[in-house]
Design a protein around this ligand. Structure first.
Ligand code: SF4
Length: 472
């Protein structure tokens, strides 16, 4: 008897269900990898202690410090410049908890530390076919490897630590197919901003998205991570791309690749949606329709092409967004003066992103009205970028080259956009005050961000290619 065709998501779900869901109870889902950081773990460890419990699988739990960590180096006294005492305490608490419970930690002195969603793939902890959770919304990043990865709440962090399982209702499935070749100057960030603009911030609610089509297949792993990272911004529970040779080659080069790699790949090749499998929702997008894309409002669904006019406010929320951003409908974003440019985050803080930025900055200067911060996603990204001279190019252009961390993505560590200032940011959220109280954020690709920094205003990165302005 042959079984009915299944989606990739169905296969991953079925392989991890310990107890199926019923009308009255969610499923119990086994978790292969639990990632933790300093902000959402302290209460979970306190709960374990209060109940006299120990982590069920400390070997399947990995910790890093990223949200509250300074991006400036230690001072002459050897002390790191924490923004607040509370930040320092969070970091120290995570170190104590990991030591007490036997959890591997990439701490402040570690050569592998960085943003949780950057280090787990580069270490090879993230592998196809896994269920992966973390107390952070952008855990969807790991779906780029053909895993089922999603963010969980603080209380769920405690549940997973104690049981290595999670209670979950099965989401619906959605396919988003992008076909065709992207134009020069258009990248993965533009694709996902375009997708969210097309389906809306609630377009994926209750669904797990599988990204498919020739445009996605042509992307490298860093681009696929950018894409999956922002699935949550369309309301989706997770995003994923079926693993292929590009995935296998990336994982093969990581320190924690499976010992019997060929056997692992043989299993991973089955991680694809069967022909004839049905999705609950399907969206098809033509790559030709995607231009360099930025946001104009206070959520990622306000995405428009750089040369497109800001739309008229259709409702009170849009009006509020326009007012907050000090924008008028009917004008394109192109030409808008910029105060700050931030390159970094788990969306766009990887080596490929920094290379794109360096290619724009090389031989150019950041405009005098702009403060530009370039923050590598991890120590490994930083070392590799420095080996290529990217730090020198960034500094010579007049931008700041910082230590790895979340930095201005969430502005918990003191890397702030001042009230009223307008930032072009390669991060993933443009909510009111996300980059500091009163800050105004335009989400954009690394290319768009770098070109805006040079010109001092929102600019169309296709100019770099049309005028052959040497983007290597
Ligand atoms: S970079 Fe931003 S979105 Fe990513 S983990 Fe850090 S705070 Fe969260």
């Amino acid at each position: 008897m042959t079984s009915a065709p299944r989606t990739l998501f169905d296969k991953l779900w079925d392989a991890h269900v310990v107890v199926p869901e019923t009308d009255s109870a969610p499923a119990v889902l086994y978790i292969d990898l639990h990632l933790i950081h300093e902000v959402t773990s302290p209460q979970a460890f306190a709960e374990l202690r209060a109940r006299g419990l120990k982590p069920r699988r400390p070997d399947r739990t990995k910790a890093t410090m990223d949200h509250s960590t300074p991006t400036l180096p230690a001072g002459p006294d050897g002390r790191l410049p924490y923004y607040t005492k509370a930040s320092e305490t969070q970091v120290e608490t995570l170190a104590r908890n990991c030591a007490e419970f036997g959890i591997e930690l990439f701490d402040m002195g570690s050569a592998g530390r960085g943003i949780v969603h950057v280090i787990a793939p580069e270490q090879g902890f993230t592998q196809p076919g896994m269920t992966i959770v973390c107390g952070d919304s952008h855990t969807s990043t790991h779906g780029a490897f053909g895993s089922l990865a999603f963010g969980i709440g603080t209380s769920e962090v405690g549940h997973v630590l104690a049981t290595q399982c999670l209670l979950q209702r099965k989401p619906k499935s959605m396919s988003i197919t992008v076909e065709g070749e992207l134009a020069p100057g258009v990248g993965a960030k533009d694709v996902i901003l375009h997708v969210i603009g097309a389906i809306g911030v609630n377009g994926g609610t209750g669904h797990v998205i599988e990204y498919r089509g020739s445009t996605i297949r042509a992307m490298d792993m860093e681009q696929r991570m950018t894409l999956c990272n922002m699935s949550i911004e369309a309301g989706a529970r997770a995003g994923m791309v079926a693993p292929d040779e590009t995935t296998f080659e990336y994982v093969r080069r990581t320190p924690h690749a499976p010992a019997d790699f060929d056997a692992a790949v043989a299993g991973w090749r089955r991680l694809r949606t069967d022909d004839g499998a049905k999705f609950d929702a399907e969206v098809v997008i033509d790559a030709k329709d995607i231009r360099p894309t930025l946001t104009w409002g206070t959520h990622p669904g306000t995405a428009i092409a750089v040369d497109e006019p800001i739309p008229a406010a259709g409702d009170a929320a849009a009006k509020k967004g326009l007012d907050y951003m000090h924008f008028d409908a009917g004008h394109p974003l192109e030409g808008t003066p910029v105060d700050v440019v931030f390159v970094g985050s788990c969306t766009n803080g990887r080596l490929r992103d920094l290379r794109e930025v360096a290619a724009v900055l090389k031989g150019r200067k950041v405009a005098p009205n702009v403060r530009m911060l370039v923050v590598p996603g991890s120590e490994i990204v930083k070392r590799e970028a420095e080996a290529e001279g990217i730090d020198r190019i960034v500094r010579e252009a007049g931008a700041e080259w910082r230590e790895p961390g979340c930095s201005m993505c969430i502005a918990m560590n003191g890397d702030l956009v001042a009230p009223g200032q307008l930032a072009v940011s390669t991060s993933n959220r443009n909510f009111e005050g996300r980059q500091g109280p009163g800050s105004r954020t335009l989400l954009a690709s690394p290319l768009s961000a770098a070109w805006a920094a040079v010109n001092g205003k929102v600019s169309d990165p296709r100019e770099l290619f049309a005028e052959k302005k040497a983007v290597a």
